[in-house]
Design a protein around this ligand. Sequence first.
Ligand SMILES: *Cc1c(COP(=O)(O)O)cnc(C)c1O
Length: 499
Amino acid sequence: MEVLYSSTRGDGAKITASQAILKGLSEDGGLFVPDHIPALGRPMQELAGRPYQEVAYEVMKLFLTDFTEEELKTCIERAYDSKFDTDEIAPVKEAEGAYYLELFHGSTIAFKDMALSILPHLMITSAKKNHVKNEIVILTATSGDTGKAALAGFAGVEGTRIIVFYPKNGVSPIQEKQMVTQKGDNTYVVGIRGNFDDAQNGVKALFNDRELAQEMEEAGLQFSSANSINIGRLVPQVVYYVYAYAKLLHGGRIKDNEKINVVVPTGNFGNILAAFYAKNMGVPIAKLICASNENKVLYDFFTTGRYDRNREFVLTSSPSMDILISSNLERLIYRIAGEDAGKTAELMSALSRSGSYEITEQMRGQLADFYGNYADEKETAKRIRDMYESSGYILDTHTAVASAVYGKYVADTGDTAPTVIASTASPFKFTRSVMNAIDSQYDALSDFELVDELSKIGRIKVPRAIEEIRTAPVVHDHVCEKTEMKAAVKRFLHIGESV
Ligand SMILES: *Cc1c(COP(=O)(O)O)cnc(C)c1O
């Protein structure tokens, strides 16, 4: 059955999956949601033991119903290939009785690769299907991780270019090195003299610049966005929950139809929403456990029914979860509001006006599948140390938040059902925090000495992503003022030049 998409804030007008991928965000500010969640429609047993790419096809074809089999299979083949350092793509490792679903084997060793390696292919296919002749120009502001994952995904993909702005003094040295060494003629990385908000605001202004859009059109170009609200990022994330269940079944770790719990370290609410979609497709998932760090807006939301961003923003050792507005939560709100776009629009407008909103009792009643909790910095570090000492397995800081919250969940409820914990980054991505958690003496070492030490004590190979930046030449050295972003874009795209 065909799946169409409409806005969480709109009048119900429906568009196809490929149109939703091209648009990203709806004009009314809402997010695109499927008009129904398709049922998996086949026994899990049939998926057990199948390669990642095959499971990806079986899941994605149900959401992206206007893609042909050939189109979708080509996208999948191009995405989930040797960019990943294991054929399994998303291996499952058991530690202390829980199953860690490792989503960090792609080119930037974090879970954003799972979706950003396929998004460019979904986008150019969508462009072709909708007779868009223009080249797609991805424009992004980044505080570190997403920028690199998007660069890696779009680099070398024909028919696309990507421009990334980052705060020159606002990202870690390793993050900066990762970005400025990015290869590919279609990539452009610019540091701006300002903070992340300046970069973000500058990018928003460029998206809304009519004059620029006109000049781009004349040159056969158009902007698009790769941010996490695009359904082209959400759908590929549903895949690994189905795959993980099938894998556990295949390995005899669970019985047919046995319910599992899923724990997700959460920021923007995209990853856990994908798990929710998987549950709604029919994957036997009981609880969705939402783990936050000290920026615990979501924990407060699940325990009180009130979303409130008016609070101090805390910088933690799990920076990819340092978020006060979880944009993808809007899709859940829409759902528990009975797919009422008017109600959703009202709550979201309260959020942008006053920074908070409160859901009704009836809506709260529909959140029974979710459990929220959080781990503070001390608990997170202790979890890394304890896990290392008990099993030798090394967690990254984000995964450690999830693992600590899982411990709290079991203590609270006594529920010991088999549990999958989304492991969202390699420990090599946050080496200093991870090593300091294990032993504070490591702090004296340099970044790359820490990398080698982590490799030694964890008995894990240094990932290619890290090896590469040790030696890779800097190819992007552009820096500009925050007022010069438009000029930088035009220079890269060769538009509006007077000679
Ligand atoms: C982005 C990210 C998260 C948060 O995922 P959301 O989908 O935004 O909730 C967690 N961990 C890591 C390492 C990430 O990069």
